[in-house]
Design a protein around this ligand. Structure first.
Ligand SMILES: [Zn+2]
Ligand SMILES: [Zn+2]
Length: 284
């Protein structure tokens, strides 16, 4: 540096910022972006900087997060952005960088191998390539990443095909939910799944959605009849297959006194059992 001190090096931030606003020469702007004293001054210079190589240089080497973020906000080089997502120690920087990625291959890599679930979810949410999305729907172990990719698939026939071969219960649950959202869990697709799914859990869910069940004693497939849920008594061995859930009813019988009745009720045939009631005193 010679005797001449540029105005953007002024210790007074306002004066330095004013000098930045006046700068037109990109070389000088680049220099100010790297060498100015205050981060606000460097950030103002970055806002005026166009050269991608200089912006990348700053994104990787600048100490101040705000300045780095400003630079990343202008970077278009997808590989550089992906490298920042993978290697930057600051979470915020990774988020800023992943949000600027559009390259499907790089996004898929981050969605699969990124270090943080949140970052992987953002990457999965930016995928538009169907093959990449299906890759995640088939293989992903993280439920959030899996769900994010799945929500972007609208082709239910592809999902049914994946479901038939799926072995992971989480995948099976998610795909069933997605098929329900897409209004494609009809009698035809359910019986197709019931007949062809490789995994017993997928078959069990299909049977349940249809209103049937596997007998707990003999494993017989009790199918629904005429669109009515299958009777709880197994058609083959006669064992009861009720699905009891807890129910309760509270009635006020006097001020601060209620009667609470609880019982178990079969979800399928509405049979009730184990009814009991007790008087409780309340504060109100
Ligand atoms: Zn049975
Ligand atoms: Zn029942």
């Amino acid at each position: 540096m010679g005797l001449f001190k540029p105005a953007w090096k002024d210790n007074n931030e306002k004066k330095a910022l004013k000098a930045i606003h006046k700068l037109k020469d990109q070389k000088k702007i680049a220099m100010a972006a790297k060498e100015a004293g205050g981060w606000r001054v460097r950030q103002a210079a970055v806002d005026k900087l166009n050269a991608q190589n200089e912006l990348e240089n700053i994104a990787f080497n600048e100490k101040d997060q705000n300045v780095r973020k400003a630079a990343i906000g202008k970077i278009t080089n997808q590989k550089a952005l992906a490298a920042l997502v993978k290697n930057d120690p600051e979470y915020d920087i990774c988020i800023t960088a992943v949000n600027r990625l559009t390259d499907q291959e790089l996004l898929l890599d981050i969605a699969k191998n990124g270090k943080e679930t949140r970052i992987r979810v953002i990457a999965a949410g930016k995928l538009t390539d169907k093959t990449a999305l299906l890759n995640i729907v088939r293989k992903e172990k993280d439920p959030y990443v899996h769900e994010t990719a799945l929500e972007k698939i609208t082709d239910s026939s592809v999902l049914v095909e994946i479901l038939l071969n799926a072995a992971d219960n989480m995948h099976i649950d998610h795909i069933f939910r997605r098929l329900a959202e897409l209004n494609t869990l009809n009698a035809d697709s359910l019986s197709h799944i019931l007949k062809n799914a490789k995994d017993n859990y997928a078959q069990t869910l299909a049977l349940q959605h249809m209103g049937g069940y596997y007998c707990s004693a003999c494993k017989f497939q009790n199918l629904p009849l005429n669109e009515q849920p299958a009777p709880c008594k197994c058609k083959q061995c006669g064992t009861d297959n009720h699905v009891f859930e807890d129910r309760s009813w509270t009635e006020e019988i006097a001020h601060t006194t209620v009667r609470v009745t609880t019982w178990k009720e079969c979800k399928r045939c509405r049979l009730e059992r184990d009814s009991s009631s007790e008087i409780r005193f309340t504060d109100w």
